[in-house]
Design a protein around this ligand. Structure first.
Ligand code: SAM
Length: 405
């Protein structure tokens, strides 16, 4: 068996359990849920797979040293002991991310600088010269974290954040992070046994991530570079086999994946992203107001990320959320509808009682991810507190012209 070691996969708050499940399914052992991260054991093959196949990992760190550092001199001495020549080519480049909290070394930049000095001195002492620092495109990205004076030095096996899937060519004004979008789909429990609809799809992140999940396409299929692909111990054959096996594991999917948006301009961006992800024959995109959406029969899941009211007038936001509620009640029977929003007031205007609420963060905004189960007889909640039957609701809905802006 190849060498086992511990790894740390980072994710967003609220997605730790989902990520842990993904890692377990790939063969991760001894998983431990941390704050916005999962600690697990495995071998090099698993490390490559977690980077390539986990939909909810942001980056995967490989700890190479853990020690106490009460001050900068202790840090320097311990970093100097690490066999950096095993990891970095003399002619290669490196960069350092420093993070410190509740510790005597209190400045992240200083922490990174001291770490760099120790690495440079080790090479100079041994070889008379040293690899260069390149903060933009390093061969080896080093992560040094001090928490309560305990320091963990790790190699960043992902390089760039794993939300950079490689398919996005453009965005609307408020795109969802791809990792968050995938996490929302996994949290919804959608098992690809029904349709997927996002009636406010913007640049198409949710339909694209849903299609990749439904067809079992690796989320990072279009990404060429990872941190580990530039490491000294990179196993090219193992990497190629992982990619070939993933290609062969593509699944069939017999339902519909649909994205729509009121803005024709944003939908054009979505179209370009869908083409770039190679999914133009499996995702249907439509320029439509939510009032005009008629999802396919057979049920499934609706997941959407409406505007939050940051840049919209209060009256309009109330109207918008009431419109979403009307569409759910009249058109989405048989669907589980999930809405992410940070706007608690606006959500009341949906007029339905959520059956679940999960806290997530959309960037810095604390948001709720709300589930509404729409079945015949779904109880509506009026502002008066009275309830009635959705199947009898039939608000007159006016067709609107598509927004060309
Ligand atoms: C926050 S953005 C969605 C971003 C998207 N998830 C992405 O990753 O790009 C909200 C979207 O809702 C659309 N929208 C606003 N009101 C709408 C309505 N009444 N019907 C349909 N779409 C609407 C906007 O055009 C915008 O693209």
């Amino acid at each position: 068996m190849s060498k086992q070691q511990s790894y740390i996969a980072k994710t967003f708050s609220g997605l730790e359990e989902v990520l842990s499940k993904e890692i377990k399914e790939l063969g991760g052992l001894n998983n431990k849920i941390l704050n916005r991260a999962v600690l697990f054991d495995g071998d090099k093959e698993l490390l490559y797979k977690v980077n390539y196949l986990c939909r909810t990992a942001i980056r995967v760190l490989v700890p190479i040293a853990i020690f106490r550092a009460e001050n900068e001199n202790e840090l320097y001495k311990e970093v100097l002991k690490i066999k950096w020549e095993d990891y970095i080519h003399l002619n290669g480049t490196f960069s350092i991310d420093g993070i410190t909290s509740y510790s005597n070394i209190s400045h992240s930049k200083y922490l990174a600088l001291k770490t760099k000095d120790a690495i440079a001195d080790r090479f100079r002492d041994k070889y008379g010269r040293r690899p260069n620092v390149d903060t933009r495109d390093p061969d080896v990205k080093i992560n040094v974290r001090v928490f309560r004076n305990e320091c963990t030095v790790s190699l960043d096996s992902s390089g760039e954040s794993l939300h950079k899937r490689g398919y996005r060519t453009g965005t609307g004004p408020a795109p969802l992070n791809e990792v968050l979008a995938a996490g929302m789909i996994l949290l919804s429990g959608w098992d690809s046994n029904g349709n997927f609809v996002d009636p406010m799809c913007g640049s198409g992140t949710l339909p694209i991530e849903a299609a990749m999940l439904a067809y079992n396409i690796p989320p990072l299929k279009y990404r060429e570079q990872f941190g580990f692909t530039r490491w000294k111990d990179f196993d090219k054959e193992m990497w190629q086999k992982i990619k070939d096996d993933a290609e062969a594991a593509r699944k069939e999917f017999k339902f519909n994946i649909i994205g729509s948006d009121k803005s024709g301009r944003i939908l054009q961006v979505a179209r370009e992203n869908v083409v770039s992800a190679g999914l133009d024959d499996v995702i249907s995109l439509r320029a439509q107001y939510i009032d005009d959406v008629h999802p396919p029969d057979g049920g499934g899941v609706m997941i959407t990320n409406p505007p939050y009211g940051e840049r919209i007038k209060v009256e309009d936001i109330k109207k918008l959320y009431a419109g979403i509620g009307d569409a759910l009640k009249t058109e989405f029977e048989g669907y589980n509808a999930w809405i992410i929003s940070s706007d608690k007031e606006a959500l009341k205007f949906i007029g339905l009682r959520p059956s679940r609420r999960i806290t997530l963060f959309n960037g810095p905004l604390e948001s709720g991810f709300y589930k509404f189960e729409i079945y015949k007889g779904t109880k509506k909640v009026h502002k008066t507190g009275k309830e009635d039957d959705a199947s009898s609701a039939n608000p007159r809905r006016r067709r609107k012209r598509i927004d060309k802006s």
